[in-house]
Design a protein around this ligand. Structure first.
Ligand SMILES: [Cu+2]
Length: 406
């Protein structure tokens, strides 16, 4: 059963602990039968209790019914723990959660132009939704999302535009959510006015004062916890006059996922708070899951390509690179005001930030998007840009063997 798989790690741990205690107890009993003295009894029992306390006290005693039990943290708001009642509710309402076939957002899902409502304002409605979906074949996660995908929808505006944004928290959610858009000038980037309980909606209006490509994310405490469940996306605020036209625009967001089960462990994965605090992600992926960007990004030789690349974090800086290509222009850290950097191999994308990279594709083949901290590629941080068309031997000539790498 799926719930058992979810709790398996804890069942095994508890069983292990129970076995250890039974055998320790048995050992004491046998010793006492042999030694048969009150002093010995007291000594052995004291040792047993002391060993138990010595094991737990350095972690602090549990201060509430929460998961994990012994977590201490020092942020301004509540730590990355969940009330045990939420864990209980999760198990109880397990069958209510939507189970989308594909958690990833299509990288082509970039609105071609800005859409205004009748009053000239940009209307955006987002729904915070908690779902269960696959990170890899047979490996599922409890994702928290905007609109049921990771990343959430790509939002598009121009500098000076007014945006009316409604955030609804789906009635099936277990947690409160909100939205902090880095494009917003105002309290909490909007988060302070959009805290929504399950079933609730709130609306804010803001003016896009600065051009750029910005991350938006849930900022409900614990923020890192909400983001590490998949609650982020990008909002583009185009500069005056817009960005130059290109043949293809793609939407890619890197993110880390922390599971109790090790990389590739099958079944529903419990969130690993300690791993998140340690910055030890099991999965690092583009667009929410492993293998999300394999066959959706296509171009022809001669096309110009623009990628909006974000990094949801919550711990790593992305060393974004496309193998076999050179970025003609890079809007570093999403700066659409300064002249872009030119002719770069890679660009750094801080956690909770974004960049825009552009290049013309000159030669057919499969171009691999990676975080060039390459161990992350094996955790899922890669995608493909498939370029078809005629090969110009003046640009590249050689016999391409399958499996030939970087
Ligand atoms: Cu949230």
């Amino acid at each position: 059963m799926e719930v058992i798989a979810y709790l398996w790690q804890y069942i095994v741990q508890s069983a292990g602990l129970a076995i250890a205690y039974v055998f320790a107890g048995l050992f004491i009993y046998l010793m006492l039968r042999r030694l048969h003295s009150r002093a010995m009894t007291v000594t052995l029992v004291a040792m047993f209790v002391a060993a138990s306390i010595a094991f737990y006290v350095p972690n602090g005693m549990p201060h509430a019914f929460e998961y994990p039990f012994f977590m201490r943290s020092y942020g301004p708001a509540s730590g990355p723990v969940l009330p045990l009642k939420n864990v209980w509710e999760f198990v109880q309402r397990f069958d209510e959660f939507e189970r989308p076939d594909d958690i990833s957002r299509d990288p082509r899902d970039v609105p071609a132009q800005i859409v205004y409502a009748q009053d000239g304002v940009i209307e955006v409605s987002l729904t915070a939704k908690e779902v269960i979906a696959e990170m890899a074949p047979g490996v599922s996660f409890n994702y928290w999302t905007f609109d049921g995908t990771v990343p959430g929808p790509f939002l598009r505006a121009k500098v000076g535009d007014t945006i009316r944004l409604s955030l609804t928290n789906d009635a099936t959610s277990l947690h409160h959510h909100n939205i902090d858009l880095h494009a917003v000038t105002g309290p909490g980037g909007g988060a302070a006015a959009t805290n929504v309980a399950p079933g609730e909606s709130k609306t804010i209006t803001f003016k896009a004062l600065n051009p750029g490509i910005y991350i938006y994310h849930c900022a409900h405490p614990n923020v890192a916890n909400h983001m590490a469940h998949g609650m982020y996306g990008l909002i583009l605020v185009e500069p005056e006059g817009g960005l130059p036209p290109v043949d293809h625009e793609f939407y890619v967001v890197q993110g880390e996922f922390y599971s109790v089960g090790s990389l590739g462990r099958k079944g529903l994965q419990l969130f690993n708070t300690q791993a998140m605090l340690d910055g030890d992600a099991q999965y690092v992926v583009f667009n929410g899951r492993t293998g999300a960007l394999v066959d959706t990004m296509n171009a022809q030789v001669g096309d110009t390509v623009r990628m909006y690349v974000g990094n949801g974090g919550v711990n790593y800086i992305s060393s974004f690179h496309v193998i076999g290509e050179i970025f003609d222009t890079v809007y570093r850290e999403g700066d659409l005001v300064s002249p872009p950097a030119m002719s770069l191999q890679s660009t750094m994308i801080p956690a909770g930030a974004a960049a825009v990279v552009e290049f013309k594709v000159d030669y057919p083949g499969k171009y691999v998007l990676v975080d060039h901290a390459l161990a992350r590629v094996d955790r899922g941080a890669w995608g493909l840009l498939n370029v078809s068309g005629n090969a110009d031997p003046g640009i590249f000539d050689g016999v391409i063997t399958p499996g030939g790498g970087h």
